[in-house]
Write a protein that binds this ligand. Structure first.
Ligand code: AMP
Ligand code: MG
Length: 481
C-alpha cells in the first residue's frame, strides 16, 4: 500500500560530502495530534485506508513510507554572525515526493532523533514548538507568503529535557527543497570546486531551470536569489512578521520562509520589535530584516566567487555590484507593496512621505499594525478611539486626496487593499492559548485557530479581529531546540 507516496530521492544521490545516511529513531508511544487534510490532498496522498494508529506510526518515523530513503543533510551557517558547520541535527529528509502534477516536495521529519550532525543535541523537539511551527507556517501559506508547510504533528510519548521536562513531538515538514544559503556555505568551506559546481547544477535543475543556459550561472544565481529573498522579506514586512532567527542556515534557496522557531507577528507598530529571548542586540528585529537579508546574500555570493570569474578581483567586483543593488531594488518593491496596502494606484512623488507619515504616527501612538489597515478598509476594529487623533485625521485627509488620482474608486481601492491587508494574523496570545490547550490534550482551540487563519483576507472573522491586541513588549519567544 503506497498511500500515494511517489518518492524520487535525487538529493540522496549527491556526493557523500553533502549528506549522511541515517534513519529516524523510533519512539515509544507515537500518537497523531494533527494531520493537514488540505495538504494531504495537495500532495496527492491518500491515507483513507490508514487507522489513526498507522498514521501515528507513519508520522513518527516508526513505520517508514514506501520508497523513502532517509538522510540528514549537511549545511553550515552564520548564526548571529558566527560561522559554524551544522547539518540536520534533529531532522531527517525522508525523500522527495512527486505529486500528481509532477511537483517535487521534500518530506522531512523534524524531531526524529539523533543524526551524525547532532553534536551535543538529543535530536528531539518538544511538542509545543512543533505545533507552533504548524500554526504559523500554515498561516503564512494562507497569507500567500512562500513557506515550508506542515503536514502532521505527532506526540512521541517520550519526554524531552529542556529547562523543563516537556512532551516530545515530531513535525512533518514539506518544502520545495531544504537547500539553504548554509548548504552553499558548507560545500564552499570544503573548497572542492567540483562539489560546488554539482550543487549549482542541482540547484538550477531543481529551482531555476530558466538560468540553465546562462553564460555565468553563478552570477545569475545570486541575482535570482536576491529577487526571491527581496520578495520574501517584503511579504514579511507587509504582514508584520518577524522571523527572529535569520541565520544563513535558515534562509532557503527556493525563497520559502523556513524555520519557525522564535518568530512572531508584531501587534503594535514598532520597527525595533524583537520577540526572541536570545536576540539581545535586536539583530533580527522587524526593521533589520531587509539589511540582514542583504548580509546573508553577501555570504551566499562569497561562496560562489571561484565560479564567477577566474580573476578573483573581477569576480568580487561583479558579485559586489549585484549585492549593492539590493537597497534600490528593495526600496522600489517596498514602496509598491505599501502603495497596495493603502489602495494607491500609479505613482505620485509624495507617496513615500505619505507612507512614512502613517508609519511614524502608528509608532508614536502605539497603533496596532494590522488593525490600522483594517480601520482604513472600514472594518470594525477594537480600540478605534486612537483614530480620532487629530494628526491621524489630518493624514487620512491627505490619503483620501491621493486616492482620487488614477481613476481610482472606493470599490477599486478596497479590493486592492483587501488582497494584501490581512484581517487576522496569528496573534501571539491566541497562539499561546491554543498551544496550552493542546498540551492538555484539548485540540479544539488549535483547530478553531487554524480554521480562522486559513482565510485571513476574508471578512467573516469579525469576532477574531475584535479580540484586542496586546503589547508586544510582554511577549517572548524561544528557539524551541
Ligand atoms: P535551528 O535553531 O533549528 O535552526 O538549529 C540550528 C542547528 O542546531 C541545526 O543544525 C539543528 O539541526 C541543530 N539542532 C537544534 N536542536 C537540536 C537538537 N535538539 N538536537 C540536535 N541538533 C539540534
Ligand atoms: Mg534551522
Amino acid at each position: 500500500m503506497t498511500n500515494g507516496w511517489r518518492f524520487d530521492n535525487t538529493y540522496s544521490k549527491l556526493p557523500a560530502s553533502f549528506l549522511s545516511n541515517t534513519s529516524p529513531t523510533p519512539v515509544k508511544h507515537p500518537e497523531l495530534v494533527i494531520l493537514n487534510d488540505n495538504l494531504v490532498e495537495e500532495l496527492s496522498l491518500n491515507f483513507s485506508k490508514l487507522s489513526k494508529e498507522d498514521l501515528s506510526k507513519l508520522f513518527s518515523g516508526n513505520l517508514l513510507p514506501e520508497g523513502s530513503k532517509a538522510i540528514a543533510q549537511a549545511y553550515a551557517g552564520h548564526q548571529f554572525g558566527h560561522f559554524a558547520m551544522l547539518g540536520d541535527g534533529r531532522a531527517v529528509l525522508m525523500g522527495e515526493h512527486i505529486s500528481k502534477n509532477n511537483e517535487r516536495f521534500d518530506i522531512q521529519f523534524k524531531g526524529s532523533g539523533k543524526t551524525p550532525f547532532s553534536r551535543n543535541g538529543d535530536g528531539r523537539a518538544a511538542l509545543g514548538p512543533m505545533l507552533r511551527e504548524y500554526i504559523i507556517s500554515e498561516a503564512m501559506h494562507a497569507l500567500n507568503i512562500p513557506t515550508t508547510r506542515s503536514l502532521a504533528v505527532v506526540k512521541t510519548g517520550e519526554d524531552v529535557v529542556r529547562e523543563n521536562i516537556l512532551k516530545g513531538g515530531i513535525l512533518t515538514r514539506v518544502a520545495s527543497s531544504h537547500l539553504r544559503v548554509g548548504t552553499f556555505q558548507y560545500i564552499a568551506a570544503r573548497q572542492n570546486k567540483n562539489d560546488l559546481q554539482t550543487l549549482i547544477n542541482y540547484t538550477i535543475e531543481r529551482h531555476y531551470p530558466n538560468i540553465k543556459e546562462s553564460k555565468n550561472q553563478a552570477l545569475d544565481l545570486i541575482k535570482v536569489l536576491m529577487q526571491k529573498q527581496i520578495d520574501l522579506v517584503i511579504n514579511w514586512m507587509r504582514v508584520g512578521f518577524i522571523h527572529g532567527v535569520m541565520n544563513t542556515d535558515n534562509m532557503t534557496i527556493s525563497g520559502e520562509t523556513i524555520d519557525y522557531g522564535p518568530c512572531a507577528f508584531m501587534d503594535i507598530y514598532d520597527p525595533e520589535t524583537v520577540f526572541s529571548s536570545i536576540d539581545q542586540q535586536g539583530r533580527y528585529s522587524y526593521s533589520n530584516q531587509p539589511s540582514i537579508t542583504k548580509w546573508n546574500l553577501a555570504r551566499f555570493a562569497e561562496c560562489l566567487i571561484t565560479l564567477i570569474d577566474e580573476d578573483k578581483d573581477k569576480a568580487i567586483e561583479r558579485a559586489t555590484e549585484i549585492i549593492n543593488s539590493f537597497e534600490k531594488n528593495y526600496e522600489l518593491k517596498w514602496l509598491n507593496m505599501m502603495r497596495d496596502k493603502l489602495g494607491l494606484y500609479g505613482e505620485d512623488p509624495k507617496d513615500q512621505v505619505l507612507i512614512l507619515d502613517l508609519l511614524a504616527w502608528m509608532h508614536k501612538n502605539k497603533a496596532d499594525y494590522t488593525n490600522t489597515f483594517c480601520y482604513l478598509m472600514n472594518e470594525k476594529v477594537p480600540q478605534d478611539k486612537i483614530y480620532k487623533d487629530e494628526r491621524f485625521t489630518f493624514w487620512e485627509k491627505k490619503w483620501k486626496e491621493r486616492l482620487k488620482l488614477n481613476n481610482n474608486s472606493e470599490e477599486k481601492y478596497l479590493k486592492l487593499m483587501h488582497k494584501v491587508n490581512p484581517l487576522v494574523i496569528p496573534r501571539n496570545y491566541k497562539v499561546e492559548e491554543a498551544l496550552q490547550a493542546a498540551n492538555k490534550d484539548d485540540l479544539i482551540p488549535i483547530k478553531d485557530l487554524l480554521k480562522v487563519l486559513q482565510n485571513p483576507y476574508d471578512s467573516n472573522v469579525a469576532e477574531y479581529i475584535n479580540s484586542a491586541p496586546r503589547d508586544n513588549k510582554k511577549y517572548k519567544t524561544f528557539c524551541g531546540t
